[in-house]
Design a protein around this ligand. Structure first.
Ligand code: CA
Length: 227
């Protein structure tokens, strides 16, 4: 069993790794949210049986990592570590797609028990296929199709299309797109959205003579409900 541990407190991270290794787990460590998200997203699906995710992390918070993992179709079970008396609680963690949580400091025996139970339960229920007309996106399989034609897309294009599909028929602002498809701390050029919308149009619209992704002047973009 392979577990990714995302924890910025070096000593605690190493203690968890050593303890889990003794129990037969293979453990990879990440020391901040950005690294954790990257590792969990770049590895092939199913590479990890579980992710142990601290909430208070430099880079991206554990909440943000969890939310983005789910948004990108990564359904690996997540166990969140919350600090006692922290400003967040269990409800926040579970709302954002975590499967279990533990309050620090925790006993190692209890951590192992939680992890084993989590891995036995397996990945959480996967979301349904999203569609607009004959355009479909399967978040679990990470597959986009126009009718029967499979359309290969990059992870970022996938995330953008998924967000547009979840809001199909509604205009979404560039700010909302940045926050959901990039992240809330994005500081780059927002014109990047136009670039990616262009990439998507070349894949899901132009070859099929469609215009599903509409530009809404002064507002943003809208995916036509009919695809
Ligand atoms: Ca921390």
């Amino acid at each position: 069993m392979r577990v990714l541990v995302v924890e910025d407190e070096q000593e605690l991270a190493e203690t968890i790794r050593d303890g889990l290794s003794r129990e037969g787990f293979t453990v990879d460590l990440a020391h901040d949210g950005t690294e954790g998200l990257w590792i969990a997203t770049e590895k092939p699906h199913g590479a990890y049986d579980a992710v142990v995710l601290d909430i208070m992390l430099p880079g991206l918070s554990g909440y943000e990592v969890c939310r983005q993992l789910r948004a990108r179709g990564v359904w690996t079970p997540v166990l969140m570590l919350t600090a006692k008396d922290g400003e967040h609680d269990e409800a926040d963690a579970l709302d954002l797609g975590a499967d279990d949580y533990m309050v620090k400091p925790f006993s190692f025996v209890v951590l192992i028990a939680h992890l084993r139970a989590l891995i036995r339960r397996g990945a959480p229920e996967r979301p349904a296929i999203l569609s607009a007309g004959d355009l479909t996106l399967d978040p679990a399989q990470r597959r986009v199709c126009r009718g029967d034609t499979h359309i290969p897309v990059t992870p970022r294009e996938f995330a953008l299309l998924e967000f547009l599909l979840r809001n199909r028929g509604r205009a979404v602002t560039k700010t909302a797109i940045i926050e959901n498809v990039w992240d809330a701390h994005f500081t780059g050029d927002p014109n990047i959205i136009e670039v990616y919308v262009g990439y998507l149009r070349k894949k899901i619209d132009h070859p099929f003579g469609r215009n599903a992704i509409e530009t809404v002047r002064g507002a943003g973009y809208r995916l036509a409900a009919g695809g």
